[in-house]
Ligand binder design. Structure first.
Ligand code: FE
Ligand code: FE
Length: 192
């Protein structure tokens, strides 16, 4: 992708996200490109996926639901009750339609950035991790340890994030997309 296209995406994000979410987006894009350098992934794909991962975040809930319904994207019960979860699905649609991105790996990285999935690609892992560790994140426990780990071993960092996320969801009694648990179980089995 050309620099001009990256600029276009940045402009769109700046216009369509609130200030905090836009700062987060830039943080994820930079962190993802650094992780790509470290782990031999395509830097430009990491930048594009990082910039676009939350592109549907600030749409009204009805709009996210609409996009999914109109384009036959399945909405599960958890998503129906917590439409913010749909920003990943709606976002991958916007990336394809509005920005003409058809690279399967980039689309999957956007699509799976909230829950992960068993058998993630390297790029999907990088975006999932960058979303959690970008410099603007402050509150998660073990952040400094996970940040270091991410530049040594993507899988170990991924597993730790999934574990802490599940704990957090349990502690706050939040509704959980069962995919998060499935992803954790998969990596717990395959990594250790
Ligand atoms: Fe997100
Ligand atoms: Fe995000």
């Amino acid at each position: 992708m050309k620099t001009a296209d990256l600029k276009k995406i940045r402009k769109y994000m700046e216009k369509n996200l609130d200030y905090k979410r836009f700062e987060h987006t830039l943080g994820v894009a930079y962190t993802a490109s650094a992780l790509a350098m470290c782990h031999d992934e395509d830097i430009s794909k990491a930048q594009i996926a990082g910039l676009l991962h939350d592109c549907a975040k600030c749409l009204p809930d009805e709009k996210k639901i609409n996009i999914c319904e109109k384009h036959n994207i399945q909405i599960n019960d958890i998503e129906r009750n917590n439409p913010f979860l749909l920003h990943a699905k709606a976002g991958s649609y916007i990336a394809m339609e509005k920005f003409g991105i058809h690279d399967r790996d980039i689309i999957n990285a956007i699509l799976n950035h909230t829950t992960g999935r068993p058998g993630m690609s390297k790029l999907e892992k990088i975006i999932y991790i960058a979303d959690y560790i970008e410099p603007g994140r402050k509150q998660a426990p073990n952040l400094s340890c996970i940040r270091k780990l991410a530049f040594k071993d993507l899988d170990q960092a991924l597993l730790k994030i999934l574990e802490d996320t599940l704990l957090y969801l349990q502690e706050t009694a939040s509704q959980m997309d069962p995919m998060t648990q499935k992803t954790y179980d998969f990596y717990k089995e395959t990594i250790l």
